[in-house]
Design a protein around this ligand. Structure first.
Ligand SMILES: Cc1cc2nc3c(=O)[nH]c(=O)nc-3n(C[C@H](O)[C@H](O)[C@H](O)COP(=O)(O)OP(=O)(O)OC[C@H]3O[C@@H](n4cnc5c(N)ncnc54)[C@H](O)[C@@H]3O)c2cc1C
Length: 415
């Protein structure tokens, strides 16, 4: 089959590689001059297969009210007359109940554990190197109540196959000795041994090259998609500024921009851009070796070879990727507090981009009402983590094979 993939981020390129390995002819359309230049460029680097707590949960709802309009809060809402944002927000609130959060957790975990297994395949089959660390992730807590909530979530997840160790302060330092110098008090941690980290940009770039050299996939870079042309319940072609592209099937993987191209087709998906930031420092003697999550500040740390990537914060302000110093400053402050010995002052680089977020958490993977248009989008905070599993699922769906895991909670129809 000839398959046209819209978008060359980690989601589009992972699918291109898997489809190529299954013998399909693949074309990828991407507006940037190379792959992974938008949200897949400098994210937190965590392959957090077992991090299955959605943002929409009972504990976050009261906090949102407290955080609202505070410029250095982990989550900031900039109210605007934007119906899509309002509709998304109402769906988010509806998913904050305990029962909805647990159901969404189970879906995220199913996809996360499947992605772990499929990432193993990608790593071995492709041989790509991406500063991959497979030492687990340690989530650290400085608030007693947050720690207790996390223990309850870890116990819940354990029932679904995600092991976790509850660690006291000494155990946290045992896992990551650099925490001995932490400026913040650490009440305890949750260690998730199956989790990993790695550089999504290096991974995606390497995979795109392999797609071209091994599977003769064609990447149309610097090509801006304008719209999808339809005819009789099917997609007829993709119209771009460089001409028209045709295939037997089309996959929507435009990240946060997906809904803008689906709406004219009468497909309404609540994927909204959630802006986040990252900063990167060169590693030094006091830089942590393993991946950490500072839950109080909602910030993640990943060691990517000789660099330390720190990412976090969420801001709802539409399609705006401008770097605002007042949003970078709290991240830098949190780093200085946790790792004072690193003496980090000015980051090597600062970056901001948009997470393609659904209000309940899981992505949208599956068929649409057009019988040759498929979705693989809306991966939110976990797109790097879920790329390998999502690529395999979308390939099976297009080929009409039964998927290895249930797609419950991932379809378009859930909205
Ligand atoms: C600060 C931050 C930290 C994060 N940390 C993590 C983490 O630690 N672990 C994790 O798993 N996930 C993390 N994420 C989330 C993850 O980065 C995303 O879920 C993932 O990158 C989404 O990939 P994508 O391919 O769907 O989107 P993108 O990478 O944005 O790809 C979509 C592509 O479509 C292209 N495109 C858009 N419109 C057009 C058009 N009209 N024509 C042609 N091309 C177009 C874009 O150029 C882009 O390349 C983080 C995100 C952010 C912002």
């Amino acid at each position: 089959m000839k398959i046209v993939i819209l978008g060359g981020g980690v989601i589009g390129v992972s699918a291109a590689y898997f489809l190529g390995a299954r013998g399909h002819e693949v074309e990828v359309i991407e507006r940037k001059d190379t792959s992974a230049r938008e949200t897949s460029f400098a994210n937190g680097g965590q392959l957090s297969f077992c991090h299955a707590e959605p943002w929409a949960n009972p504990a976050v709802f009261p906090k949102i009210v407290k955080w609202m309009f505070k410029d250095d809060a982990p989550l900031v809402l900039r109210p605007r007359a934007d119906m899509e944002m309002i509709k998304w927000g109402l769906k988010f609130i509806a998913n904050c109940s305990k029962s909805r959060a647990q159901a969404n957790s189970v879906t995220l975990l199913r996809l996360g554990l499947y992605s772990k297994k499929k990432m193993e395949w990608f790593r071995q089959f492709s041989g790509v190197k991406f500063d991959n660390l497979r030492e687990g992730i340690l989530h650290i807590y400085s608030d007693e109540q947050e720690f207790e909530n996390a223990i309850a979530q870890a116990k819940f997840q354990d029932r679904f196959g995600a092991p976790a160790e509850i660690a006291d302060y000494n155990k946290c330092v045992h896992y990551e000795p650099m925490l001995e110098h932490a400026g913040n008090p650490i009440k305890g941690g949750i260690y998730q041994p199956l989790d990993e980290s790695g550089d999504p940009f290096t991974f995606t770039q390497a995979l795109a090259k392999l797609c071209q050299s091994e599977y003769k996939a064609v990447f149309h870079y610097n090509t801006d998609i304008k719209f999808l042309d339809t005819e009789g319940g099917r997609i007829n072609s993709v119209v771009t500024d460089k001409g028209v592209f045709k295939g037997d099937a089309y996959i929507m993987s435009l990240g946060s921009y997906s809904p803008l191209y689906l709406r004219p087709l009468g497909i309404h998906v609540p994927v909204y851009p959630m802006k986040g930031y990252s900063i990167t420092f060169p590693a030094n003697h006091y830089t942590p070796k393993m991946s950490l999550t500072d839950t109080e500040h909602k910030i993640v740390y990943s060691r990517l070879g000789d660099r330390l990537r720190i990412a976090g914060t969420a801001e709802f302000s539409g399609y705006n990727t401008k770097i605002r110093p007042e949003r970078v400053a709290p991240i830098a402050r949190a780093v200085r507090a946790l790792l004072p010995k690193c003496e980090y002052d000015k980051p090597e680089s600062e970056w901001a981009c948009l997470r393609p977020s659904t209000p309940d958490g899981p992505p949208i993977i599956g068929k649409t009402k057009y019988n040759n248009l498929y979705m693989n989008t809306g991966h939110g905070t976990l797109g790097w983590t879920q790329a390998a599993g999502s690529a395999t699922l979308i390939t099976d769906i297009i080929e009409g094979r039964p998927t290895e895991i249930s797609l419950d909670g991932m379809g378009v129809d859930r909205f």
